[in-house]
Each structure stands twice: as structure tokens, then as C-alpha cells.
Design a protein around this ligand. Structure first.
Ligand code: ZN
Length: 399
């Protein structure tokens, strides 16, 4: 075996061990060995290394049944073993956060009134906010291992190149390279649906599942698919972007020129358009779109019939899409994320349609995701740089 591949094997084994520890509240070395297929000796060596690097600590000890006198010490993540930066960049949310290695946000800056017309200026302002936040939180810079970005747009996660973003109005931006150069740490950029699903797979309803679809519906629609445990990307990194899928039942004209796309019938933006003429106390069609959608959601919840019906009708169209996705992909779970999806009237619409289209079935594995965009960026970073074969353990040892 060559030196390079031995190093690579060591990294992969370490990755398997830290993933096993990170996915449980606490776990014994014996359980890790069982889960990963590594020998007890290998697990002991690797956990020693992780403890020395300050990433893992020994916790409670449990008595192993039938083995008198033999204690099994559980391992858990050290809260402050590593830190990551997390950047959310969407139509509605622009924020920078710092998280510890358990995914707990310990500091955050929300950025408002950014001039989206100039991507370089926006990137510069986000990096300034990140540096100010790092200073304010007074964390050891040597324990800052990377940055995750959750962006509304089509992006290549390998290079961080943003091909296009309808919500931001951006085309061809070297997002990953710009952030990495300005922050001087490794950066991973994912489109928001993938980021949300990454967080769900670590800490949410998708834990332990291999076949999941996530549909994000805030103002704009996005989606992604995990099949057999892998995120499907496709040649343009756009698999699962369902905005321009036509499902019938409503033939409203879409911005793309076709009729009946989900973008025109089920998205938050489509609800805004449908209710343009509706004037409510403290909200008009001239409001910033995110604020307008939040006002409308409140009125729908308070029983305003026309507004509630718009959310329900949008949900009903989404129900048709969900029905297609079940038939096509056999997912174990469909997650509906984003503010529009979380509205009770929208969800009622989804369920009503499913009840009509799938009359023999009592329930469907459809859940609402409560993961927010800022947290999704945190898990992109943890997944890429801490619970990962890319973990720079030498840097942490030296910290
Ligand atoms: Zn369309």
C-alpha cells in the first residue's frame, strides 16, 4: 500500500468514528466498533486522537450487562472543540452565524438593506460582518475550521460557483472562491434545499433514512432528492428544482412563459401575486415581499377567508406534486420546508389533495421541516469540515 492511500484510509476511518459519535448524544467505543466495522484497537486509537485534538470527551460510564467490573465509558462531542462560520444568503435571509461543534449558534449578525445588484459588495459586507462577529465572540481562531454557505440558487458544491439565482437576481458568481479568499478558511457552498436536508439528516426527521425528498417553499420554490443515501446532483447541479414542474389543476401563466408551473401556482410568490389587490391593515402589495408574505400568513391564520383560501389552493397544487414524487421516487419521507409550507392552510391543502388522489391510504410520510436557513448553513459546514474526512486534525492538535 502506498503512503498516500494509507493516509487516506486513516482519514476515512477517523471520519467514520467521528460521524458515529456526532450522530448520537453519547456512544461507547464498543458501539462505535459495531457500527463502523473497525476493530476495538482501531477505535481506541482514533478516539484517543480525537480526545487529544479537543473534539471529543469522555462522559458517563455504563456497566456492560453480564460483564462484572467492566465499565464502558461513553464518548460525546466536546462543545468547543471546533467552530464553524455559517452564511445564509437568500431573498429573505442574509445572516452570518458562528456555531460550535454541536450545531449550537453562539453568535449571529443579521444583514439588512444589502444592495443585491452588486454581488461583490454583498460578499464584502458579509465578510466584514463575519470578522466583526468572530472578534465579538472571542473564539480561538485556530479552532475555526471552515465556513458553510446556504444559498438560494443553483450552485456547484465542488467549486462554490453560483450559476444562477432567480431570488437574488445573480448570474455566474464565484461565491465559494470569494468567501474563501476573504475569510481565509475552507468554504462549502450548497443550495438551500440541500443544506436544509443536510441538517435534517443530522438532527431532524430524516435521520437514518436513505430516500428523502425535500421541497423548500418560502417566497421561491426549490427542492432536492436523496436516493440510496446520496444527494442527486445531475449535470447542472439542479436535480429536484421543481419550480417549473406542471402538475395540472391550475393554468396560471408562469414567468417562464408556460402555464401551470408550481412557481406560478404553489410558491409563496404566487400567493403574493394572487393577493396583490388585497389591502390589509399594516400591509400592502408595495411591502418588501418577505414582509408581505409574513403579514398575509398571519391574516390567513386569523381566518381571513380570501387569504386563507390562497394558501390552501397553493397547498392543493403542491399536493399534486407530492403525489407525483411518491409515485416516481418511492421516498421514505417528503419534507416540506420554508415559511409557506409551514402555514396550516397550505398544509391542509396538501393533505386534502393527497386524500383525493390516494384514497386507499390513511396517511403519508409527509412532514414539515422546522430547520431554518441559518441552521442549514451550520450543518453544511459541520458536515463538510468537522464530521468529514476533510477534518484538519493536525490544525486542532496544534490549537
Ligand atoms: Zn415556469
Amino acid at each position: 500500500m502506498q503512503g498516500g492511500s494509507a493516509t487516506e484510509l486513516r482519514r476515512r476511518n477517523r471520519d467514520a468514528v467521528i460521524r458515529a459519535i456526532a450522530s448520537e448524544t453519547s456512544i461507547s467505543r464498543t458501539q462505535i466498533a459495531r457500527q463502523t466495522g473497525l476493530t476495538g484497537a482501531a477505535v481506541s486509537r482514533i478516539t484517543r486522537e480525537l480526545i487529544d485534538a479537543g473534539l471529543v470527551r469522555e462522559g458517563e460510564s455504563i456497566q456492560t450487562k453480564g460483564q462484572v467490573g467492566r465499565r464502558n465509558i461513553c464518548l460525546e462531542l466536546e462543545d468547543h472543540g471546533a467552530y464553524v462560520l455559517a452564511i445564509a444568503l437568500t431573498a429573505n435571509v442574509k445572516s452570518v452565524s458562528i456555531s460550535n461543534s454541536r450545531g449550537k449558534i453562539i453568535g449571529q449578525s443579521l444583514l439588512e438593506n444589502l444592495r443585491l445588484s452588486d454581488p461583490d459588495e454583498v460578499i464584502g459586507q458579509i465578510c466584514d460582518a463575519a470578522n466583526a462577529l468572530l472578534k465579538a465572540c472571542a473564539i480561538e481562531r485556530s479552532r475555526l475550521v471552515g465556513c458553510g454557505v446556504s444559498v438560494a440558487g443553483v450552485v456547484d458544491p465542488e467549486t462554490g460557483f453560483l450559476a444562477t439565482s432567480e431570488p437574488l437576481g445573480w448570474e455566474r458568481v464565484e461565491l465559494g472562491k470569494a468567501f474563501a479568499a476573504a475569510l481565509d478558511i475552507p468554504v462549502r457552498v450548497e443550495r438551500r434545499p440541500v443544506a436544509l436536508l443536510t441538517a435534517e439528516m443530522w438532527r431532524g426527521a430524516a435521520r437514518g433514512l436513505d430516500n428523502i425528498v425535500l421541497i423548500n417553499n418560502g417566497l421561491w420554490l426549490g427542492g432536492c432528492i436523496v436516493a440510496d443515501g446520496r444527494v442527486l446532483t445531475g449535470p447542472e447541479n439542479a436535480v429536484g428544482q421543481i419550480a417549473h414542474m406542471v402538475v395540472g389543476g391550475d393554468d396560471t401563466l408562469c414567468s417562464c412563459g408556460r402555464r401551470g408551473c408550481l412557481n406560478a401556482t404553489a410558491s409563496g410568490i404566487s400567493i403574493l401575486r394572487k393577493l396583490e389587490h388585497v389591502t390589509l391593515a399594516e400591509s400592502s402589495a408595495d411591502d418588501e415581499p418577505g414582509a408581505r408574505l409574513r403579514s398575509l400568513a398571519r391574516y390567513a391564520g386569523a381566518g381571513h377567508p380570501e387569504v386563507e383560501e390562497a394558501f390552501r389552493a397553493a397547498g392543493s397544487q403542491m399536493g399534486r406534486a407530492v403525489d407525483c414524487l411518491f409515485a416516481l421516487l418511492e421516498p421514505e419521507l417528503i419534507l416540506l420546508a420554508g415559511e409557506t409550507s409551514r402555514h396550516p392552510a397550505f398544509l391542509a391543502g396538501v393533505h386534502e389533495t393527497l386524500a383525493i388522489m390516494r384514497p386507499g391510504e390513511a396517511e403519508w410520510p409527509v412532514r414539515v421541516s422546522s430547520i431554518t436557513t441559518d441552521l442549514s448553513a451550520v450543518w453544511v459546514a459541520l458536515d463538510a469540515f468537522v464530521f468529514s474526512h476533510a477534518l484538519n486534525i493536525e490544525k486542532l492538535m496544534a490549537a
